[in-house]
Design a protein. Structure first.
Length: 480
């Protein structure tokens, strides 16, 4: 069964992830194999949404409480949990079975460790997802959560079930009573099939400060094969958009003077970059952070010359899975990293360029993505994505203490998110849900949230980035 709801509801202020200060000690799960995925799935056979799992926790992600404190349809929760336990990168996966089709390209050939989707109808909807644990000729064996429940109380009574030796051909499966729509392979495991990251072109949309209206998306980079996008608003009004394609990072500039684009130019040609983040500094320099093999590198584009310093190590922990950066008004740079589901905060001090070292900012242990924004008053907002929910944490400039994570979007189906600070102190939170982008605002005046509103309903967006401009406009850059 799948969680098919798309509604976004925005709450405020339940602190569910407790921040703590300390040195970086957590480590991410080491990269497993397809066989590990199959073994972990099998070890949980017969368990229910609220059972103690084989890692010692309760349920699988939000399986036990995701429906207003009661069990939710949890097939996706189970498949995501199994992948994560095996060390796979599960960024973008949610409680919705269809999120697997957005996570990676579907293919027709099953491999052990793959997810198999049933009745996928497009736009992020599927009826069921399970894990392939055996392949023999044209037949497959699968293990899925949320199967064989009692109608009327399905999620609470269903269990983890093995379905053995049935045809894996695309199309109707008499064994499952549903159509096999395709297979998606995990990223970050050793051996087997690997899912390619979704790719597309970059589109730039503008939310005008004067009216709050949107320009509508226009092509900013027509290149094919782009895997990630990151944006930064410069003090002079230029917009830098960094793109990742084939492990290489490109820098594009939209000039404030007339709105034309420079065209993408190589910023890092190492060829092995997995993820990127970018931030503008008050002096006009641009910091580009790259993630390669779990290590984070810092590169600087100098405002005076437009030349690049070259990538230098900023975090060599070797376990980082996601990152974000923010340039503070005092010239310091904050680097937020995710490792083993925990969030760590590192500071590059403007005074001499040295790094403080990673310190724990959120020890919730279930964070899959992070986004940071520097506010005009010196506070730092860090948004985290955990099991499809978005949480907002604040590091106060006055004390350097953390507020603690509070829920800012509890839709439970968010695939990706990004935040940016505006000159008036408001914070914009963009969320990506099954190809559609929503805009939410946290008002500086009282800290309340506006509620998520559609910003781009094209339906084909796979990645997002935003930047608040000095004139109050906001740029939303999407990959589609």
């Amino acid at each position: 069964m799948s969680k098919k709801t798309r509604a976004l509801s925005v709450l405020a202020s339940l602190a569910v992830l407790v921040p703590a200060a300390g040195l970086l000690t957590a480590t991410a799960a080491s990269a497993g194999t397809p066989a590990d995925i199959a073994s972990i799935a099998a070890a949980n056979l017969g368990k229910k949404a609220c059972s103690t799992n084989t890692a010692g926790g309760v349920g699988y992600g939000s399986s036990c409480t995701g429906s207003g404190g009661s069990p939710e349809f949890w097939c996706s929760d189970f498949a995501k949990w199994v992948w994560a336990q095996a060390g796979a990168n599960v960024t973008g996966l949610t409680a919705g079975a269809g999120s697997f089709a957005i996570y990676g390209a579907m293919h027709d050939t099953p491999h052990v460790g793959d997810a198999v989707l049933f009745n996928y109808s497009g736009n992020g909807y599927a009826d069921h997802v399970a894990i392939v644990t055996g392949v023999s000729g044209g037949n497959i064996t699968t293990i899925g959560g949320d199967e064989n429940g009692v109608e009327g109380n399905w999620a609470a009574t269903s269990t983890v079930v093995q379905d053995s030796n049935y045809s894996g051909a695309i199309g109707y499966s008499s064994k499952m009573g549903m159509n096999i729509s395709g297979y998606v392979s995990p990223r970050g495991v050793t051996g087997g099939s690997t899912a390619p990251a979704p790719t597309g072109k970059v589109y730039d949309n503008i939310r005008y400060a004067a009216t709050g209206g949107w320009q509508q998306p226009k092509v900013a980079d027509p290149g094919n094969g782009i895997q990630a996008v990151a944006s930064a608003a410069m003090p002079n009004g230029d917009l830098h958009v960094e793109t990742l394609a084939g492990g290489i990072v490109y820098d594009n500039i939209r000039f404030a003077s007339d709105g034309h684009w420079q065209g993408a130019q190589v910023a890092d040609n190492g060829g092995h970059v997995d993820a990127i983040a970018v931030a503008a500094m008050p002096n006009g320099d641009l910091h580009l952070e790259t993630l390669t093999g779990g290590h984070v590198y810092d590169n600087i584009r100098y405002a005076a010359t437009g030349g690049w310093q070259g990538a230098r190590i900023a975090d060599n922990g070797a376990t980082v899975s996601a990152l974000s950066i923010a340039g503070m008004p005092n010239g310091d740079l904050h680097l937020e990293t995710v490792s083993g589901g925990h969030v760590y905060d590192n500071i590059r001090f403007a005074s001499d360029g040295h790094w403080q070292g990673a310190q724990e900012a959120d020890n919730g242990a279930t964070v899959s993505a992070v986004s940071a924004a520097a506010m005009p008053n010196g506070d730092l907002h860090v948004e985290t994505l955990s099991n499809g929910h978005v949480y907002d944490n604040i590091r106060y400039a006055a004390t350097s203490g953390w507020q603690g994570a509070k829920e800012s979007d509890n839709g439970a189906i968010v695939n990706e998110m990004a935040i940016t600070a505006m000159p008036n102190g408001d914070l914009h939170l963009e969320t990506l849900v099954e190809g559609t982008v929503y805009d939410n605002i946290r008002y500086a005046a009282d800290g309340s949230w506006q509620g998520a509103k559609v910003a781009d309903n094209g339906g084909g967006v796979v990645a997002i980035s935003i930047a608040g401009m000095p004139n109050g406009d906001m740029h939303l850059d999407t990959l589609a």
